[in-house]
Design a protein around this ligand. Structure first.
Ligand code: TA6
Length: 299
């Protein structure tokens, strides 16, 4: 029997299974960065590169109970985005973010960080919503940069298609003083204006009210957090949509897990494949959406 190569993801010093707010999670403490991932949804909730302030925003009013989507972090939206096209009673943004993933293990990265792997495979519950055999894998590397790779494999005998998003919530000192650079010229559908289509004409997007836009863009974005004296660079691969969201005053007040006065401290820049850019996989095919986040201090 050929020797099985040891699984690359095993135990790693500085990475431990813990309970956080009563929910199973993996805590990362390495020289390069610290982080936290809940097993529910393989939900990245913290990333603090060494020497930096926290980059990922989590609501102080988030509700930590099994089956309830966590407010903030990097929710995985899969296999649909927003409300289900046909079944309005289905959970918003799909079932992945409220399903427990299996934690496979960790491995060291070259820069002294840690890469973790989480897996979700179809079961009776997922089949009820999405009648396909699949394996969804999140690999997340905590280091000077945050690297995520979300892979979906069609393990069935029929073709399947899905929408997806890494719905990233980022910390900013004040969204009213921030700018998002990289979307100029991109068409977008504006959820705040009845999903009407526009083209982004501003070289720098400054949010001045509730903003909920699905851009057709594969471009990297930079969140210039002027008040925070830093910029966040969001690069992505195999993602044809970028979603920009801030609920602003009124919408935030309607979400009990958001907090009426928390919206100035965050902005979502989400890496997605939705609507006309949904992913189709033949049996045996896979697709990986990649995101890399880095911090540039504008000191
Ligand atoms: O990505 C933006 C968005 O689709 C908004 O429309 C808003 O619904 C947000 O996601 C949060 O959705 P959630 O289901 O997490 O409350």
């Amino acid at each position: 029997m050929t020797a099985q190569s040891p699984h690359p993801f095993t135990e790693l010093a500085g990475v431990e299974l813990v309970s956080t707010h009563g929910m199973p999670s993996v805590r990362v403490r390495t020289q390069a960065a610290s982080g936290l991932v809940f097993l529910q949804g393989a939900h990245v909730a913290e990333w603090v590169p060494a020497g930096e302030q926290p980059v990922i925003w989590m609501s102080e009013k988030a509700v930590y109970q099994p089956g309830k989507a966590l407010r903030g972090g990097i929710p995985i939206c899969f296999p649909w985005f927003g409300n289900h096209a046909e079944h309005k009673d289905y959970p918003a943004h799909g079932f992945a973010r409220t399903h427990e993933f299996k934690y496979v293990g960790a491995r060291a990265t070259a820069e002294g960080g840690a890469e973790l792997e989480f897996v979700l495979e179809d079961d009776d519950k997922t089949f009820a919503f999405f009648p396909h055999a699949f394996r969804a894998t999140l690999r997340v590397a905590f280091g000077k940069t945050l690297q995520l790779a979300f892979t979906v494999e069609n393990r069935g005998t029929d073709a399947l298609s899905f929408e997806e998003a890494l719905h990233s919530y980022f910390h900013v000192a004040d969204v009213r003083e921030a700018a998002i650079v990289g979307l100029s010229g991109a068409p977008y559908h504006d959820k705040v204006r009845g999903m009407a289509e526009f083209v982004e004409t501003a070289p720098e997007l400054h949010l001045t009210g509730e903003t909920d836009r699905v851009y057709e863009s594969s471009a990297a974005c930079t969140i210039v957090d002027s008040s925070g004296k830093r910029s966040l660079r969001v690069e992505k691969t195999h993602s044809l949509n970028t979603v920009v969201w801030n609920p602003w005053t009124e919408r935030a007040a309607q979400m009990s897990d958001f907090g009426a006065d928390a919206w100035p401290g965050m902005v979502c820049v989400e890496s997605a494949n939705v609507a006309g850019s949904r992913i189709a996989l033949a049996p045996g095919e896979s697709h990986t959406l990649g995101v890399s986040v880095s911090v540039a201090s504008a000191g």
